[in-house]
Ligand binder design. Structure first.
Ligand SMILES: Cc1cc2nc3c(=O)[nH]c(=O)nc-3n(C[C@H](O)[C@H](O)[C@H](O)COP(=O)(O)OP(=O)(O)OC[C@H]3O[C@@H](n4cnc5c(N)ncnc54)[C@H](O)[C@@H]3O)c2cc1C
Length: 408
């Protein structure tokens, strides 16, 4: 590989002394904070114009953390004590903003990483954005499991006369008052969007194509997630799953009767095997029981005015919301590495998926939310700190066209 200047004269080059972190969401910020605690500077590249862009731009107004706050803390700084058990989206964003301020993290915004590859001739990662090529010994992937919306192919959808949007563009049911809305997908987003639509006098029809585990958010006054984590320390996973299902049946009843058939595999075993998160109910279930959220089997075809379902029913709709999840974007930009699967997740499962070869790391790809992020971030920072040797007289080794970033 030639030098940066030879390849593209207009492209600037930047030599980064510490690691390059791609993505300034909670994961990128967590690892930057942990590195700074070890005295290691880093450069954080973010394609958007703010930190935590998923939370700022691609979440709905009524969103609250799905898990209690102490399971969603980043390393080194907890939530303010006066925050509720389940902070709102806005509170979470304010926590993330104070986190970045507390550790003086200043990402380079509007830096969209287009490619990153390891150059074995110089032993450095070459990370290209739209206008700068960065070089570093270490590359930390923090672009998230939810980088891009998954848009399913549904026959006829392009003919539909009304608006079709992904849940990442949904803000509030206020935009759908008195409408009949088809919500495709029954995960946490599909359930919450449907609930929000009901509270704004819309009539959601939620498509449940496959099986789903719905659990109460709390059991016996404690968070279901917290109970599961505690039991897993003492009991085998399958026994914990049995307990969760038994307790759920007592608290919320048999969900199969509502059209929400449970998978054969238990909720935690399924989550570990496939990443499919159980739905933690925040009120949608009682609206389903009350008939305000209609549960529909799979869609066969979208028509100009509505949808035909697999059971032969046909209904008219004003809008369609695709609550069909997200995917990683790593395969689109990370080259010459077989650390990630085609789906953009580390091949080695948690807790060992944080470290690859040649100074490559990944943070936040554990399917365990912020809890997994924190675990990765602490390990990565420790590992890089053990290799970190600040270069004393780097200016003398630089060409004039190279910007030097991340002086300790
Ligand atoms: C609706 C919803 C609710 C959730 N609720 C919870 C919860 O209650 N608790 C919990 O623990 N988790 C929750 N999660 C999971 C949540 O996504 C993560 O915990 C958290 O946002 C992950 O942070 P991250 O930094 O890994 O990824 P993200 O927050 O997605 O951040 C990744 C960043 O990388 C940037 N980026 C992507 N590609 C590039 C590129 N090529 N170049 C430069 N920058 C790039 C993006 O712009 C983004 O800012 C929720 C997710 C969703 C969608």
């Amino acid at each position: 590989m030639g030098s940066c200047k030879e390849n593209e004269p207009q492209m600037k080059c930047a030599w980064v002394l510490g690691p390059i972190i791609v993505g300034a969401g909670p994961s990128g910020l967590a690892v930057a904070a942990c590195l700074s605690q070890h005295g290691v500077p880093s450069v954080l590249l973010e394609k958007s114009d703010c930190i935590a862009s998923l939370w700022q731009y691609r979440t709905y107004d009524r969103l609250m953390l799905h898990l209690p706050k102490h399971f969603c803390e980043l390393p080194l700084l907890g939530f303010p004590e006066d925050f509720p058990e389940y902070p709102s989206r806005q509170q979470f964003i304010s926590y993330i903003e104070s986190y970045a301020a507390r550790f003086s993290i200043k990402p380079r915004f509007r830096q969209w990483v287009k490619t990153a590859e390891f150059d074995s001739s110089c032993g450095l990662w070459r990370v290209r954005t739209q206008d700068i090529e960065y070089f570093s010994r270490w590359l930390i992937v923090a672009t998230g499991e939810n980088a891009e919306p998954v848009i399913p192919e549904i026959s006829g959808i392009d003919k539909f006369r009304g608006p079709v949007m992904h849940s990442s563009d949904y803000k509030s049911g206020a935009d759908f008052q008195n409408q009949k809305v088809l919500v495709v997908g029954c995960g946490n987003s599909g359930m919450e969007v449907s609930l929000d639509l009901v509270s704004h006098h819309a009539v959601p029809h939620m498509v449940v194509r496959s099986t789903v585990h719905v659990l109460p958010r709390e059991m016996f006054g404690l968070s279901t997630f917290g109970i599961a984590m505690a039991l897993l320390k003492w009991l085998p996973l399958r026994l914990v799953d049995k307990f969760l299902l038994l307790a759920s049946n007592i608290i919320i009843g048999n969900t199969d009767r509502l059209g929400l058939r449970r998978p054969k595999t238990g909720p935690i075993e399924l989550k570990n095997a496939t990443g499919k998160t159980p739905v933690l109910d925040v009120g949608a279930l009682s609206e389903i029981k009350a008939g305000k959220i209609k549960v529909m089997e799979g869609v066969r075809e979208i028509t100009r005015t509505g949808a035909k379902f697999v059971n032969g029913q046909e209904k008219e709709f004003d809008s369609i919301i695709l609550a069909t999840g997200y995917k990683s974007n790593v395969p689109s930009w990370l080259k010459s590495s077989d650390f990630f699967t085609e789906q953009g997740m580390p091949k080695t499962p948690f807790p060992n998926g944080w470290k690859g070869e040649n100074g490559l790391y990944s943070v936040g790809f554990t399917r365990r939310g912020i809890l997994g992020t924190s675990s990765d971030a602490v390990k990565i920072a420790k590992d890089i700190a053990a290799q970190w040797r600040p270069i004393k007289d780097v200016n003398s080794t630089c060409n004039t066209h190279i910007i030097l970033l991340g002086k300790p």
